[in-house]
Design a protein around this ligand. Structure first.
Ligand SMILES: [Zn+2]
Ligand SMILES: [Zn+2]
Length: 373
């Protein structure tokens, strides 16, 4: 089957013919309909997430239809529509037991090693073992994932929209609901309005936040942000962000979300919140990059917190978010600025490197993916 492979960082990713083994116990084989292109794949492709993570089949945000199920899989049957979760929580480690399955130790270790939950890979190419990108590897016609990583969703939702749920949507909404716990009437500032930032804005709107200040250097993204519920837009290329946010929020936002992954934008988020407020870092800051804030600011009772994968339970939240989309309360397609096929993934990476557009959706099986948008 065809899959997008990263052979080594710095080289373009390319579509190759690779072999996929059948699912083992507690795994399923999914025919992939569509996948979203997330900035984390670019970080991985550029070698910013650590050594040894290649050759690898990329793609960790997608949706498809279950084709076969391995031994012991009871919750899924062939024909089910699923969205991928790249943290198939084990249910038994200390984090899972404590109700923080996004931090599952077993899933985290396997994702880092590029293997499934039994420590092995189902992907090969001419004798080479290929890693499974974030245990999902969905820039491919088919993939084998842990059963807990294929979350059943309503079949009414077109799969090209469902494809966005498993990274950007769950990460953005979870940051608002679970990490920041934004309350109605609280002010929110979102720095970085790409694929995930736009989901943070939609989540803030559903949480009843006001005002919602969108910050970006791209006019196109600021326009998308307004359409998703931002009440104000600040062009960071032409305006002093911190004073603009302080003015729009009457002295600093209750919450700031950093959705870029850079030290300077983390600092902007920190400086944009009021005393007692919280800056939540959603963006992926590369390995070995340090972030700093003035220590005296801790006297102002501010909180700087991280979040990973929505800080919640993706297996529970993905169907809820899918239901919101089916009900018309969440416009999933509103973040899509480009559509392509598997051969267009490398071009989509270049757009992300240049900061162009929000989400690219990769249509892998047009018949399964459903019609536009
Ligand atoms: Zn992602
Ligand atoms: Zn666990």
């Amino acid at each position: 089957m065809r899959a997008v492979v990263l052979r080594e960082p710095g080289r373009p990713v390319a579509v190759e013919d690779v072999e996929l083994d059948p699912p083992k116990a507690n795994e399923v084989l999914v025919r992939v309909a569509a996948a979203g292109v997330c900035h984390s794949d670019v970080r991985l492709a550029d070698g910013e997430l650590g050594d040894g993570r290649w050759p690898i089949v990329l793609g960790h945000e997608g949706a498809g239809v279950v084709e076969t199920v391995g031994e012991g899989v009871e919750q899924l049957t062939p024909g089910d529509h699923v969205a991928f979760s790249f943290v198939p929580a084990c249910g038994t480690c200390r984090f899972c037991v404590a109700g923080r399955p996004n931090l599952c130790e077993a899933a985290g270790a396997c994702a880092l090693a590029g293997v499934l939950m039994d420590g092995t890979s189902r992907l090969h190419s001419n004798g080479d073992v290929l890693q499974h990108g974030l245990m999902t590897a969905c820039f491919a016609e088919q993939t084998v994932v842990a059963a807990a990583g294929a979350v059943k969703i309503p079949s009414e939702l077109p799969l090209r929209q469902a494809a966005l749920l498993g990274c950007g949507v769950v990460t953005g909404f979870g940051a608002v609901r679970n990490a920041a716990r934004v309350a109605p009437g609280e002010s929110v500032c979102v720095i970085g309005c790409g694929g995930v930032g736009l989901q943070v804005i939609a989540g803030a709107r559903l949480a009843g936040a006001a005002p919602i200040v969108a910050v970006d250097r791209s006019r196109e993204k600021l326009e998308l942000a307004r359409r998703r519920g931002a009440t104000d837009a600040v062009d960071a290329s032409a305006t002093d962000v911190v004073s603009a946010v302080h003015e729009l929020t009457g002295g600093g936002a209750d919450h700031a979300f950093e959705v870029v992954g850079r030290p300077d934008t983390v600092r902007l988020a920190w400086d944009s919140v009021r005393s007692g407020g919280q800056a939540t870092v959603v963006g992926l800051v590369p390995r070995h990059v340090e972030v700093s804030v003035p220590g005296i600011d801790f006297l102002s009772d501010k909180t700087l917190r991280g979040t990973y994968y929505g800080s919640g339970d993706a297996a529970r939240e993905l169907p809820e978010l899918a239901a919101l989309a089916v009900a018309g309360d969440l416009d999933l397609a509103g973040v899509v600025t480009h559509t392509t096929d598997l051969d267009g993934v490398d071009g989509a990476f270049d757009r992300l490197r240049r900061g162009e557009g929000a989400r690219t959706i990769v249509i892998i099986d047009p018949d399964l993916a459903g019609g536009a948008p």
